[in-house]
Write a protein that binds this ligand. Sequence first.
Ligand code: GLN
Length: 483
Amino acid sequence: MISQPLTAVSAQLAAKKISSVELTQVHIARTRAVEPRIGAFNSSDETAALAQARASDERRAAGKSLGPLDGIPIGLKDIISVKDQPLTASSKILASYISPYDATVTRKLREAGAVFWGRLNLDEFAMGSSTENSAFHPTNNPYDLTRVAGGSSGGSAAAVAAGEVTASLGTDTGGSIRQPASFCNLVGLKPTYGLVSRYGVSAYASSLDQVGPIGRTVEDVALMLAAIAGHDPLDSTSILSEATDYRAALAAKKGPWRLGIPKEYFGEGLDPEVAAAVQSAVDFYKNLGCEIREISLPHTEYGIAVYYIIATAECSSNMARFDGIRYGHRSPRATDAVDIYAKSRAEGFGEEVKRRIILGTYVLSSGYYDAYYLRAQKVRTLIRQDFIDAYKQVDAIITPTAPTPAFLKDSHKTPLETYLGDIYTIGVNMAGLPGLSMPCGFTKAGLPVGVQLIGQPFREADLLAIAHAYDSAHQWSQRLPNL
Ligand code: GLN
């Protein structure tokens, strides 16, 4: 039951070959065994998980199963609220915070019968690409413990890859679901901006953030998406959408598709082994009868600069709520109100969060707003237009997810080195598009490689079907880490 696709585990539960309590116990034991080497968890609540599992078994015995997720152990990134559970955002400033309510995605998974196992590690407030920015501990890559699991949803990826949970939720502002999925041999989906509610999810950059699933297969991710998507009156950016059976769409939609290869995504800095694995996925689609076209996304070169202006600007605004007054850490050494803000924030935030607050405050300040923030917003529109133009000729775009496989821990010497690794994922967020990463091979050293598929707005059903055609014809997910 460990490290099997959600669909397979779900079938075993339905056939009553295993109970949810047994399944949960197996995952608890697995977590105890591997967690000292992985570090994917910030906290967990065995009593609450087993109570949920028992309730699931009782429903099933009464013939009232809630569907494919009922009784399945699912981990949530530790910025997604779960009522009465800690939410730390991997920050000292929230180290002792307890959520008073469920996020909407949490409520939806609860209503689908999921068992919550694990509050999963991340880069502090989702700012980073390696989970090394966690204030508590880093997360190790299950395929090579000396390497990072990716980030910021590194815990969400590592926990699935290490068999501690069956699937998980992460968030993606500039690649934080897709990049760790690619580093850990998993499928990760960043839905279209507006498809999934962010209510109850700690905000990083609100015009970019989306919640999405990480799982072993495209089918697993389709099932998870169906459970969490949909309009939420509590998130004004969520759109009115019909409930979609994304899993059913996988078989219903058949190619051949027209796929675009953006020439700007295959240039300097791309690891040759990654390029070769992605090329083999492209060849697969070609052999399937798909039309492969070279396309251009000409504003790609501005992506990193524009993203790190917009994301830090929004970060500086969102982090302002952590004032030491309403919630979170309050400095015991503060003497007056201004001192509370200054000391609580100085003690509570880590280095990368502070860097981004400073950068963001700068680009929004009078005199610099027009030169940086406003200009970045204009270029963002051009980046989005590149994609819209491309979709006149192609159904989806295929690229590497990250320029390299998982890198060694502590190997990045400057923040810029890390930022440059986001080059292939941030365009999707700035354009508000759905993007998916799935496994497409391994390097000679045994590191997983991911390929990214970028779809059209709100056409996740098509994107997942295109991905499923490849994923279901390969067995990458069966190559498990040696733990
Ligand atoms: N690595 C990017 C950043 O640090 C993306 C993070 C994310 O998607 N949350 O901002």
